[in-house]
Design a protein around this ligand. Structure first.
Ligand code: CDT
Length: 311
């Protein structure tokens, strides 16, 4: 099997609160057609791809927020997307808000294979934001209110001819995310994001800083684990709230292979030779030879900062 996986990072422009799933799925299908025409065989969409970034909206009654969630997947709204992927033989990944039969809520993404079968599921571990309405912030970010932390860890799947794992948005800022997948030999990490372009607690941290931290995190994760990383934005202004763009594909050297420079629907197609991950994995980041786990205990023993060990 070819080791070239031609990935299509399918950025979505803004989705307004009033926009329904059907219209978003129509946009996603148009992006899939474009990706296919340009040679893509694996299309990656953003976090919470089917709706506006609803955690910015406060619902006193949490049950009201269930209207943003999917109780099954595929479902009536997304079936045309699955049908299209199957017809084109296109693998895909997208994010959505998952409501389980037990009534649990997760920020989820899935891998769907070329035959339209769900091959992998990931539930976001690092939930940013807060639980209750916070009037000290310029805008709300209520992921901790509406979701519980993911319970599946970061599995890596044999998928589309490579070793593929998923992360979601804020996960990309945490080295643990990539390393857990790196220890499974991951060759491509795909992730979607919705990043407000201003820090709600620090107004002087704007778009340029946000994009800097985004690239810094993704490039470091790719390099330090010798993996491709595909990071896909939902971008632009949703009901007055601006989200950064910055959809990009990074190679195992940490270099940006391509980046979209706009904030509307668009596709970035990049042919990734997964064998390019080998050199880093067999040399400077050959974990079996170079890791020193006897010194890493604190990483799992402590969550927050504690006393210095030198005293
Ligand atoms: N969606 C998401 O995880 N967004 C966060 C915003 C962080 S500020 C609360 C991100 O890391 O981009």
């Amino acid at each position: 099997m070819s080791r070239v996986l031609t990935v299509a990072a399918a950025q979505l422009g803004p989705i307004q609160k009033a926009e329904d799933r059907q219209s978003v799925v129509t946009r996603m299908i148009a992006l899939m057609d474009e990706a296919h025409a340009r040679g893509g065989n694996f299309i990656v969409y953003p976090e919470l791809a089917l709706t506006t970034f609803f955690p910015r909206w406060y619902h006193e009654d949490r049950a009201e927020a269930d209207s943003w969630f999917e109780a099954s997947m595929p479902n009536a709204a997304t079936a045309p997307l699955f049908d299209k992927a199957r017809a084109l033989g296109m693998a895909m990944s997208f994010g959505y808000a998952e409501l389980t039969p037990e009534g649990r809520h997760f920020n989820t993404s899935i891998l769907v294979d070329h035959a339209g079968k769900i091959a992998g599921k990931y539930r976001k571990v690092h939930l940013p934001g807060h639980v209750d309405y916070d009037d000290t912030r310029s805008h709300q970010h209520l992921e901790k209110r509406y979701f519980e932390p993911g319970d599946l860890g970061w599995p890596v799947w044999n998928f589309a001819g490579g070793l593929v794992g998923m992360a979601i948005c804020n996960d990309r800022r945490w080295p643990e995310t990539y390393r857990v997948m790196g220890l499974q030999g991951v060759e491509m990490v795909v992730l979607g994001f919705n990043t407000p372009s201003v820090n709600s607690q620090r107004s002087d941290e704007g778009l340029a800083d946000r994009l800097f931290h985004h690239r810094l995190s993704v490039q470091a994760g790719a390099y330090q684990n010798s993996t491709f990383v595909v990071a896909v934005a939902k971008a632009g202004t949703e009901d007055g709230h601006h989200l950064t763009g910055g959809t990009l594909v990074v190679d195992p050297n940490g270099k940006i292979l391509g980046e979209l420079d706009h904030e509307h629907d668009g596709v970035l197609v990049v042919a990734c030779d997964l064998d390019d991950t080998r050199f880093g994995k067999e040399t400077i980041f050959d974990f079996a030879r170079h890791r020193r786990v006897e010194h890493y205990g604190l990483i799992i023993e402590r969550t927050g900062v504690g006393a210095p060990l030198g005293e």
